[in-house]
Write a protein that binds this ligand. Sequence first.
Ligand code: GDP
Ligand code: IMO
Ligand code: MG
Length: 704
Amino acid sequence: MAGTCIIGLQWGDEAKGKLVDLLAKEHDVVVRYQGGANAGHTVVVGDEKYKLSLIPSGILTPGVKSVVTGGVVLNPKTILEEIDGLTSRAVAVEERLLISDRTHVIFPWHMAEDAVMDANPAGGESIGTTQRGIGPCYQDKVGRSYAIRLGDLYRDDFRQRIESIADVKTRTLAGMNGRTDPITFDGAAIHQEYQAYAARLKPLVCDTTAYLLDAVEDDKRILFEGAQGALLDIDHGTFPFVTSSNSSGVGVSGGSGIPGRWITKVLGVAKAYSTRVGGGPFPTELDNEIGQHIRDLGNEYGTVTNRPRRCGWFDALAVRYTARLSGVDALAVMLLDVLSELPQINICTAYEIDGKRVTNFPSHVDDLRKAVPVLETLPGWQQDITGVRRMKDLPTGARAYLDRLSELVGRPIEIVSVGPDREQTILEGGESLFAPRTKHFVRGANNDYPPMSESSASTSPELDAVPRERWPRHIAVIMDGNGRWAERQGLPRIEGHRRGVTSVRAVTEECSRLNIEQLTLYCLSSENWKRPALELEFLMHLLEQYMIEERSTIMDNNIRVAVIGRRDDIPEGVLREMDKTIELSAANTGTRLCLAINYGGRAELVDAVQRIATAVQSGQLNVEKIDEQLISNYMYTAGMRDPDLLIRTAGEMRISNFLLWQISYAEIWVTDRCWPEFREPELHQAIVEYAGRDRRFGGLSGPA
Ligand code: GDP
Ligand code: IMO
Ligand code: MG
């Protein structure tokens, strides 16, 4: 299991939605765990623009489950509108979405209370809420007596409960706003309305805590989508100008029900500047033409309320605080392109409060109100960066700006966004961008390790009759026909690969039993890398599993494992397991099992020529010294003897795509059997027929 979190580090709208959409395909499940329809995420995919609020931004990715957990407050009407909007644009929402029966439901009185409270703030300045009933619904959740959860809508006493709460709410609201025209909530009508919503939502409603705990145990990859930003966190933000949930990293576990120990990576998202919607202090605010310039270029208008967002310089003091608070590993800096035209850019590095320099984020809003930002000025880059896709291609000024942000916040930057589209992103972290998982998991496939049949190691009288000196010492096999075998059985191709693993084990064990010196298995040629992504992913999954699952068998049989071929395209996690097995078995003295992965005659030659040329160039190698022996030391098979017998399955009479150097002098034996059905009897037959070939032994058995 691996869990990656996307947490906003400012006051919301950091472009979390874009990032979640971008990373969704690397995950199995996307989880929204707090907030409600106060959130607004805009996701741009080519010409399409999607506005999401309650539904996780993973919804646009096929094969990924999106889960709304119990930490969320849910307005059923809003989510149904969102579902309808997406469905009308051919997004298969109903296949991809799950909603927790523990979510607290927003009712009309919550919206009314929100409006009344926000218009009559106790402390003078209004919070400027989104008026979506978020605060009052969370209030009822904590207060318990008037709370209704989604699961309650399906209970027999729903009508009775709603009618009694509607009465109470009518009276309290009249007391709150002191108006002469009090709003009356009609319990029966509301019941009817919500019953209809409940009926429509029913197929999506479940116990998501149980679902997610299972997902954890099934080793799935989970992406947690934060809403709002850490400075709006109810406990750790700029209280009272905050939202009513834990929107910083501290809220992930509580809201989702997944223990914090499963969270393996936290990505903190920040804009290259700051924005804020609604009330509350904002030390770096630019209430001037620069602020307006940023607003215009960044299109800084609220997704939910369309209010102009307040804009200001990047506040490194605040983001350093929220990055620490949220346990951030690395940063994603978004909307960098918005600053491209500015001749100079400021960063806030500290505050001055009552004449004193402060570097810790103040806990009281009154202190924050007094904070005067200490600014550091950097030159702008004044060139378009929206087409840049690699960090090193950014203008020097932009890189210097990012380096400084990273230094001040104290976290590396792994992602930079230079435009709203998915494509307009610089991804620097490679594999480490996503939380590492213990085992590679392929969506939509049977991920179990294939069951192994008992070895059918039969003694073979023909083989026993062959004198030992005529046996091959090194057998190589081109494992072909997995896909063909599967197609013949009416199974998906990947099932053929799964089954192929059982042959790998059978043949390896038999070679070990027969004391064959070396067995080379040509498993995955570089041609395999052109296969569909799912097939390739599954092959990598099998390879990793093989390395883990077979370790004990390998050790029991005293087998020494080697892997040859190019390592470049093999995922990091798979390489790790591979190297572990190689290292562990290094001292074994029995059969050497050599797995050829990402091999191909030409690639091997190219690699060898490059390495030889480099050695000549650096003066380490004299051209005169290049001979057959020396070249062999530069091939993948350096130090290994050539195979004597090359077995090719699936009947193909061509030799393609393997390690040319290695098989140059091998005897070839071809069988029509596909690899998944190649077992001990076929192996025995190949050895027997090999032994019968006189040319191989230079007429050894005949007269001179
Ligand atoms: P969220 O609430 O954190 O998901 O963010 P919003 O979607 O509310 O606001 C971010 C806005 O910035 C959206 O309109 C995005 O389409 C847009 N956006 C995202 N990344 C970039 C970027 O790198 N450059 C520009 N110019 N716009 C971006
Ligand atoms: P996303 O997920 C920006 C702000 C409101 C208000 C305060 C409280 O798009 O980043 P609430 O309605 O939650 O009681 O309002 O919080 N706010 C947001 N600001 N982005 C958001 O979400 C926000 N959600 C709430 O403007 O100041
Ligand atoms: Mg937003």
